[in-house]
Design a protein around this ligand. Structure first.
Ligand SMILES: *Cc1c(COP(=O)(O)O)cnc(C)c1O
Length: 466
């Protein structure tokens, strides 16, 4: 399978090359040349598979330059770190279902992709006798999931910037208590945006990037999307089997559009099993306005109680836009240039109709989010984290637009990661799962540095593997 850039100016590459490339060299995002489609017979056969077996089948469609036995080993290793053999359990809660995506080591859905990506990087680099220094900025969840994905890996070092004193205490401890010496936490005296800007500027220095073999783990990496396709198909097939359902609908708490884009691909892959996708946003609702009005307009980020969704410009949106603009890289390039200049992007009438076939969407405020956590807890004894609650609340708002069929709400984080919001909503503290117990007693490793690009560069140059 070849991978092409949404901007059309990168020569086609194979899967392994696409993984190592991250962002396409022309500034676009990589996509498979064709989206595979599973026949009804294949889908029926897949119903009998465990999560890891299904992951192997689906990833093999995309990662066709990796020997199947090796891919099998990588998949098994990646999901052995999850705390349940079901990996992503589908749990009935009242009249809907929750797809629990938080059973990985850092208790957020990003583990599903980053555990796999870490093992894949290690194997690919080992094959080529190469090394990589991963560099990233985080506002919380991505950093810890990326660190847990590559901790202790021989040919990889990882440098993660987080804003000093501005991530939740649990999130900071998750990152800084990792003892392996290939992990470098840098707390910058500044904001997340400062960190992001420093990283971006360093990546744009191609000589530095080449010299230190810098790699990225943010959600523009194709592997992250591919690995997330699996749980949509898994949940839909489980419910077809258990409930005799026809098509299954999904509500997706959305920030960077990575997770719901995986849902869109899952529907193209397994269209007979997957119905409507509910795109759920918090007050940062640029994508909801896009779905409902056809205009994509940049605003300013509002901090909320679901911080992992506090994003204005969604990095994966360009991938969807590519399909919306009839897979025409010239039109994508033009649209992105116009957006960069004016902060606004409009699509025509026909494209807008297509968007409304692909998604329904609602935006959810803080009071509704807290009320949803409280209501679901009181009615069903089930505790949602604030991100997952945004999804549940948005689905309730869109219920009238959904055809009949079971509704699955994605639970993207464990409630114990966001105890303050849960306490405000329910008056009780969520119970800490084993992964978070005793965190405060462990030694921490973290370098506090000024938000100064040169200082960060010097630090990387001193500690990078070359
Ligand atoms: C990252 C994240 C999201 C948003 O996912 P996107 O792929 O960025 O849309 C939602 N919830 C949680 C808990 C997250 O960590």
């Amino acid at each position: 399978m070849n991978y092409l850039s949404t901007r059309g100016r990168t020569a086609p590459v194979g899967f392994s090359e696409a993984v190592l490339m991250g962002l396409a060299t022309d500034g676009g995002l990589l996509l498979p040349e064709t989206v595979p489609e599973a026949s009804p017979e294949t889908l029926r056969a897949w119903r009998r598979l465990s999560y890891t077996e299904l992951a192997l089948e689906i990833l093999a469609l995309f990662a066709d330059d990796i020997p199947r036995r090796e891919l099998d080993r990588l998949v098994r290793r990646s999901y052995a770190t999850f705390d349940t053999p079901e990996i992503t359990p589908v749990v009935p809660v009242g009249d809907f279902f929750v797809l629990e995506l938080f059973h990985g080591p850092t208790l957020a859905f990003k583990d599903v992709a980053l555990q796999f990506l870490g093992n894949l990087f290690e194997w690919l680099l080992g094959q080529r006798g190469e090394r990589m220094n991963i560099l990233g900025a985080t506002s919380g969840d991505t950093g810890s999931a990326a660190i847990y994905g590559v901790r202790g890996k021989e040919n990889i070092r990882i440098f993660i910037l987080h804003p000093h004193g501005r991530v939740s205490p649990v999130q900071a401890l998750q990152m800084t208590t990792v003892p392996e010496d290939n992990v470098f936490n840098i707390a910058i005296r500044g904001t997340f945006d400062d960190g992001q800007a420093i990283i971006k500027s360093i990546f744009e220095d191609l000589a530095f990037k080449e010299r230190y073999r810098l790699g990225a783990v943010n959600s523009i990496n194709w592997t992250r999307v591919a690995a997330q396709v699996v749980y949509y198909v898994y949940a839909a097939l489980r419910l077809q089997e258990r409930e005799g359902a026809d098509r299954v609908h999904f509500a997706v708490p959305t920030g960077n559009f990575g997770d719901i884009f995986a849902g869109y691909l899952a529907r193209r892959l397994a269209g007979a099993a997957i119905g409507t996708l509910v795109l759920a946003t918090n007050e940062n609702n640029i994508l909801t306005r896009f779905v409902n009005e056809g205009r994509y307009v940049r605003g300013t980020v509002v901090p909320t109680i679901s911080p992992s969704m506090d994003i204005q410009v969604a990095s994966n949106f360009e991938r969807y836009l590519y399909y919306l603009l009839d897979e025409d890289p010239e039109r994508v390039t033009e649209a992105m240039a116009r957006f960069a200049q004016s902060g606004e992007l409009r699509v025509g009438f026909r494209a807008q109709a297509r968007v409304r076939e692909d998604f329904v969407s609602a935006s959810v405020g803080e009071a509704e989010t807290l009320e949803t956590i409280r209501r679901v807890y009181e009615a069903h004894g089930y505790l949602l984290d604030p991100h997952s609650a945004v999804g549940v609340a948005a689905a309730a708002k869109c219920r009238g637009e959904l055809p009949p069929g079971p509704l699955v709400c994605l639970a993207t984080a464990h409630p114990a990661k966001f105890p303050d919001a849960v306490r405000r909503a329910t008056g009780r503290d969520p119970q800490r799962p084993p992964a978070l117990r005793g965190l405060e007693d462990r030694p921490t490793r973290c370098e506090v540095l000024p938000a100064d690009e040169q200082v960060i560069r010097d630090f990387i140059a001193r500690h990078a593997a070359v």
